[in-house]
Design a protein around this ligand. Structure first.
Ligand SMILES: Nc1nc2c(ncn2[C@@H]2O[C@H](COP(=O)(O)OP(=O)(O)OP(=O)(O)O)[C@@H](O)[C@H]2O)c(=O)[nH]1
Ligand SMILES: [Mg+2]
Ligand SMILES: [Zn+2]
Length: 336
């Protein structure tokens, strides 16, 4: 029988039957080889199974999880030491980003977009807390520009005050929560920094208070990591909603330099036009479509800064004993 992984508590997995009628606990047993999966980067996985996975399990109690069905798609985030599977088999990831407290960080969004494209997951973004903007301040006017930058990349973007839906400044011309709720079919994975409003949104979508929420810290504006494990909720009209714990830094160490360039949306036409097969798109390569586009300045300044930082970090994060493969991929110590 096929089961959906609904929540993970340490070594135990809450499994929901596909007809939503039964729920039971499952465990991984040594004889199954589920946790032997490897990523081409050589970085080990932290969790063999994630919320949203479809698994086969025995009728024992607790059930032994025997295999994981091939994933339709999956989002990874990573450090050079481990890859975390965040969620799988979704129709979209809805990135929840607050405009203020916690502050909007374009680097987070840009890294997230790379991970999602790598995992074949479409992205929508909802910008929250527009009520906290002070549009007479230059800094906050810049934030409004960032919001429209992502919309101009063709990403479906929404913006609303989740504590008082329907209210946002006229300068932000994105659709609001009502439009989001109308469009939200299938399965949605909520992701984003702590305190952005993921659980507030979960409660709004489910129209009942299922998830705890808390105020961001008064002194730092940071979230308090209120949600501690990912959880999947069935939706009335079919499909699921997955709420996840807030994430501090979105790492993409599992992506090679070539991956990162090729997954950057604005550079995609350059990949098609590149004259070389299997090109590494190294600076100074004549006829490389990707380098041509980069030099033409197709990336907005904030997106270029993110890209440069991501590429730079790949070199900074090498620990003593690690070595780098010719492809530019990190190979952590002790992993063959
Ligand atoms: N002013 C304002 N506050 C909001 C808005 N959306 C959410 N909040 C508040 O922000 C705080 C954090 O919201 P949560 O839903 O707990 O955030 P979260 O993303 O689930 O955070 P973690 O579980 O820590 O990852 C709560 O106090 C919400 O009421 C908004 O649009 N405007
Ligand atoms: Mg939460
Ligand atoms: Zn090239």
């Amino acid at each position: 029988m096929k089961w959906i992984v609904r929540e993970i508590h340490g070594a135990f997995y809450s499994l929901l039957s596909e007809d939503l009628q039964r729920e039971r606990l499952g465990v991984l047993r040594g004889k199954h080889r589920i946790d032997r999966e490897t990523h081409p980067s050589g970085i080990p996985f932290r969790n063999p199974i994630c919320v949203g996975d479809r698994v086969q399990a025995s009728e024992d109690d607790p059930a032994a999880i025997e295999s994981v069905e091939p994933r339709r798609n999956v989002i990874f985030r990573s450090s050079p030491h481990e890859i975390h599977k965040l969620g799988s088999n979704v129709d979209r990831a809805l990135l929840v980003i607050s405009l203020k407290t916690p502050p909007l960080r374009t680097g987070f969004i840009d890294r997230f977009l790379l991970s999602a494209r790598a995992g074949d997951v479409p992205v929508w973004i909802i910008f929250t807390k527009p009520d906290l903007l002070q549009l007479n301040e230059e800094e906050d006017r810049q934030i409004v520009e960032y919001v429209h930058l992502y919309e101009s990349l063709g990403i479906r973007c929404f913006c609303d005050n989740l504590t008082e839906p329907g209210s946002r400044p006229a300068e932000i011309t994105l659709p609001g929560l009502a439009d989001l709720l109308q469009s939200l079919d299938g399965t949605t994975l909520l992701c984003g920094p702590s305190g952005a409003g993921k659980s507030t949104l979960t409660n709004l979508i489910l129209m009942r208070s299922v998830q705890k929420t808390s105020h961001t810290s008064g002194s730092t504006g940071k979230g308090r990591h209120t949600t501690t494990s990912s959880q999947l909720f069935p939706l009335e009209g079919g499909g699921f909603l997955i709420d996840t714990p807030g994430i501090k830094e979105w790492g993409v160490a599992h992506l090679s330099r070539k991956d990162i360039l090729e997954l950057t949306q604005e550079l995609a036409p350059g990949v098609e036009n590149c004259q070389f097969r299997n090109c590494e798109h190294m600076p100074g390569t004549d006829g490389c479509g990707v380098i041509e586009l980069l030099e033409k300045g197709v990336l907005a300044p904030s997106r270029r800064k993110s890209l440069d930082l991501i590429l730079e970090e790949r070199h900074l994060r090498i620990r003593p004993g690690d070595y780098k493969k010719a492809t530019g991929r990190l190979r952590p110590k002790g992993v063959s």
